[in-house]
Each structure stands twice: as structure tokens, then as C-alpha cells.
Design a protein around this ligand. Sequence first.
Ligand code: NAD
Length: 348
Amino acid sequence: MTVFEHPEFDHHRQVVFGSDEASGLRAIIAIHDTHRGPALGGLRIFPYASDAEALTDVLRLSRGMSYKSALADLPLGGGKAVIIADPRSDKTPALLRAMGRLVDSLGGAYITAEDSGSSEADMQVIAEVTDHVGGLRHHGGESGDPSPFTAWGVFCALKSAVRHGLGRDDLAGLRVAVQGVGHVGAHLARHLKDAGAELVLTDVDRQALAHLAETLGAEAVAPEAIFDAEVDLFAPCAMGAALTADVVERLRARVVCGAANNQLASPGIADRLMERGILYTPDYVANAGGVIEIAWQRRGDAYRREDVMAHIERIGDTLDEIFARANREQRSPARVADDLARERFGRG
Ligand code: NAD
């Protein structure tokens, strides 16, 4: 397993491997960039098949956080952490505290938060041993779950994408396919419904799908059928790599905008979407609402919900700039966003 020559290494500032025999901790923390501030990024707990697989994931995700924070105009860099473990069976308070001590040893260069496999409750345990934790329950008792904020950001992104891709300002009657109605997808579907959109929903969780479809008066389809739905906009809100070469050829939508991380199965997919006349909304710009909220939480008493929402709404302005530049330069918005982010964290 190589680190410095790894294809995803991209000049990471620091990669820390940590282990703790007593609790069974095996973890990696990757800090990609800290020019804009400390590296904030979630803690993923996953039973990776190998150390190499864990390293690839943490490097890729950490790098992504630098781009996300830069384009969300946050005073934060990019980082991420992974624990090689099964969150259902291996997650113990001792393991989480050992992880907390590893985070603490970096003196604040890395700030951890929830991600897949880790919860708000886990962050509370980690916070017993380090101050460098985001995504905790608010002082007033409000949940630290970032997904409502992420969904609101995706909704703002979607309005910008609809303006640029379809030349219209309102969403009334717009047909939208939402893939994945979990935390973010369900909130997004409700915002869309309130704005008058017609929804086609899918999820592998048939019960959750049926329940939401009924509540919102939406059409429910099988997971594989969502790609062929007769819609104006496709919103990937499930897992990464939804946009494969095959899917891009099948899509009827003229605009793609969703919450999922790493939607493009490979970078070249962005160009193919453009060739097909489909406007792609760079995922890490659209889904930054959660990290924006966590960044505001770090300001303690200066936290005001109106300021957080106003900051999240600026996602729409950033996308207006990206789409306009993409149009001028006849390049994919994905490539324009990457360039703009690198300019902002000083690697342009
Ligand atoms: P979640 O696990 O709550 O929801 C994902 C949903 O997708 C689940 O209901 C799951 O059953 C469904 N799903 C999985 N595979 C599917 C498939 N093949 N077809 C259809 N549905 C499928 O996760 P979430 O928190 O809502 O996050 C959704 C996406 O957004 C993820 O990619 C996540 O990384 C990304 N994201 C989330 C946040 C956040 O604040 N939660 C922030 C940024 C990015």
C-alpha cells in the first residue's frame, strides 16, 4: 500500500494512522488542506475489506471536503476520518474514546463530525475526550442532525440549476425524480412538494418509500426505473456513483441536482452529461448546507439560525457564478467548480 504515490494523495498535508489494542481501534485521519482553517470532515465507520480500501476512501473524501468548504466560503480546510470496523457490532464507547484521543492528538488541525456509520450520540462520546467535534446537539436541545440544512441547500441549488438549465424561475409543475428518500431526500421532497413540483420517488427501502409517496401524493417507482422516468430534473440522494455511463444515456431529465456525494462514477461522465445537454450541478456545492451549519455551530453564542440559512442560500449564488462561467467557457460545471475551489484554497 503506497501513500505518497496513491492516485488520490493530491498533496495531503497529513495522513495519520492510529491504533489502540485495548479497544481494537484501527483508524486513519487524512488532512488534505488547512489554508482556509482547520480541516473539518466526518468520521466514517465501515468494515473496509482492506487497509488500502480504507486509505483510498479517506483520501478521496478528505480532498472533497477541501473543495466543499472552499466553495461554501467557510474558514475551514478539508479532512476526513475512517475507522475500519462494523458500526453495528464493533462500535463501543472504548473504541469511540480511543478515536477521540487520536483526534485530540492533532491539536485541532482536524475537527470530526458525523458521517455514515457514526451518529450524534457517538459524537457525544468522542466529545468526552476532545473538544474538536462538530455536529453535537445544540444548547437548546435541538438535534445536531445536519440533513435538514443539507436538504435546504440542495433546494436552493436546484432553483439555480432550474434557472440556468430550463430558463424558469418557479418550480410549479416541474417534474422531479428523487433517488433515495432517506434523511436528506425526504426533506428535499417536502420542499419540492411545497413549491408545487410533481414528484417521482424511489428507494430500496420500500416501506419508507410507500409512506412518503402517500404523504406527498407522489408517484413511487422501483429503484432501477427512476433513471427512465419522464422528468425535468433528476435528484440523486442515495449513494455515490449514481451517474454511470449507462445511466447518463438513459436519463430523460435536462438537469441533475441532488445531495449524494461523489455522484459522478468517473470524472469523464461530467463531459458526457454536457454533450447530452444535461446541466450537472456539482454535488459538493449543492450538498454543503450541513457543513455550513456545523461551521456556524463552532461560533458558539454567535450562532443565529437566520445567518445560517442566509449562508446556505448563498449556495444558489455560487452556482449562478459556476453555471455562468461554464456557459461562457463551454465547459462542464463540474470542472469549473473544481477550478474555482482550487483558486480559493490557493492551489489554482
Ligand atoms: P440516508 O442513508 O438517510 O438516505 C439514503 C437513502 O437512499 C436510504 O433511504 C436508502 O435506503 C436509499 N438508497 C440506498 N441505495 C439506493 C438505491 N440504489 N436506490 C434507491 N435508494 C437507495 O442518507 P442521507 O443522510 O439522506 O444522505 C443521502 C446522500 O447525501 C448520501 O450520499 C450522503 O453522503 C449525502 N450527503 C448527506 C448529508 C447529510 O447532511 N445527511 C450531507 C452531505 C451529503
